[in-house]
Design a protein around this ligand. Structure first.
Ligand SMILES: N[C@@H](CCC(=O)N[C@@H](CS)C(=O)NCC(=O)O)C(=O)O
Length: 364
């Protein structure tokens, strides 16, 4: 029986996340480069829109979205230990960190790529799309494809006004994560989990592998670069998570940063999504953005699109919180208080989301 096939690219944020998971899980898979031909022949006909990574299962099923890829392999293989901790508060924090890594660290990742590594990125994009063409031609092709990605900066809220604050926030995050890594090898203790695979997305593809960003990380936060290398090596788990479902104290500054920076953006987006949902019928696909919000990073404000996909990751985190009871709930609430995130206790999405046809939709 053939194994899994992952269609993606080394240069891609979310391919990095899926690859880190598959390597750690140790399942049989090959990675195929998402060339123009792969987009035309495999991705567009099955998924319906151009996105990577895409996974083909041994039975030929196509799975998109890294969370679905991880969930699919976890369920199909039934291996231990699980990628998402089965300890409830650790599971909740893994979901929070996935939300932060997937949907907020994308700001520094994209800022540094397109404002410090632009030509390098065009060359990389071209080499992926047309591996057999000469370098100058690849650059031109890469520039055509890459401009779509560079165009994502304003909707993300990356602008000349916010860029210095995004850099201050990222450098502070690097310090906070370095302090954590002095005590714990991975996000939740002695082995990798979903939180590490998600963090690896931005911290590998953009912020380690892009040359100027990689230099910064290695100079400024060698411990983080070392963690990137350990996750990349995909070593199977030799350690354990913290005992008794504990959350490392050294994660508090990172989670507090998430509550401070990302949650106000999520609140505004949820409100706009609620207004949109009032007139939409169940099953309707949700637009990628529902208006405009104001982000605030390190006391600097700027406009951004109200991107809806983060609400899908938020829903997973809120579901993990709702599943808590008794002592676990008390411990999570204590953590929320420490990270000034108590508002999350009352945060409920105005309408429930589902996923159909590889997109998010209003739940039926
Ligand atoms: N939520 C998706 C995100 C995938 C994603 O954004 N992939 C990027 C490359 S790293 C892409 O292909 N984006 C195209 C687009 O968003 O239009 C996942 O986790 O798989």
């Amino acid at each position: 029986m053939p194994g899994y096939t992952l269609y993606g690219a080394e240069v891609s944020y979310f391919t990095g996340k899926a690859r880190a998971y598959l390597d750690w899980r140790g399942v049989d898979y090959v990675e195929e480069l998402a060339t123009q031909q792969v987009y035309r022949d495999i991705i567009l006909p099955s998924v319906g829109w151009p996105v990577i990574p895409v996974m083909k299962t041994p039975s030929g099923e196509i799975v998109q979205d890294t969370a679905d890829i991880i969930a699919h392999v976890e369920a199909a293989e039934g291996l231990s230990p699980p990628a998402i901790p089965d300890t409830p508060v650790q599971a909740f924090v893994a979901q929070l960190l996935q939300l932060y890594a997937d949907e907020w660290l994308v700001l520094p990742a994209m800022h540094y790529r397109w404002n410090y590594n632009e030509d390098w990125a065009y060359q990389e994009f071209g080499a992926i799309s047309a591996p057999d063409r000469p370098a100058p031609e690849q650059y031109d092709i890469g520039k055509r494809n890459g401009e779509r990605f560079k165009g994502a900066l304003p909707p993300l809220g990356v602008s000349p006004t916010t860029a210095p604050a995004i850099e201050r926030s990222y450098e502070a995050f690097l310090r906070e994560f370095s302090t954590h890594l002095e005590v714990h090898p991975y996000a939740l203790g002695g082995r990798a989990t979903l939180a590490d695979f998600a963090l690896y997305g931005p911290l590998y593809a953009h912020l380690y592998r892009d040359p100027t960003s990689g230099d910064l990380m290695k100079r400024y936060a060698p411990k983080v670069a070392d963690w990137v290398e350990r996750v990349k090596a995909g070593s199977p788990s030799e350690g354990e998570l913290l005992p008794n479902d504990e959350i490392p104290l050294t994660l508090v500054p990172i989670l507090a940063r998430q509550m401070r920076e990302q949650f106000p953006a999520l609140h505004q987006t949820a409100e706009l999504f609620g207004a949109w949902a009032e007139t939409a019928s169940p099953g309707t696909h949700v637009p990628r953005a529902v208006g405009q919000i104001e982000i605030d990073i390190e006391d600097t404000q700027g406009p951004a699109a109200a991107r809806t996909f983060p609400l899908w990751r938020l829903q997973a985190a809120l579901d993990a919180y709702s599943a808590l009871e008794g002592d676990a709930l008390a411990r999570a609430d204590d953590l929320l208080e420490r990270i000034r995130g108590s508002a999350l206790k009352e945060f409920s999405l105005p309408a429930r989301l589902a996923r159909t046809d590889y997109r998010i939709a209003l739940a039926a």
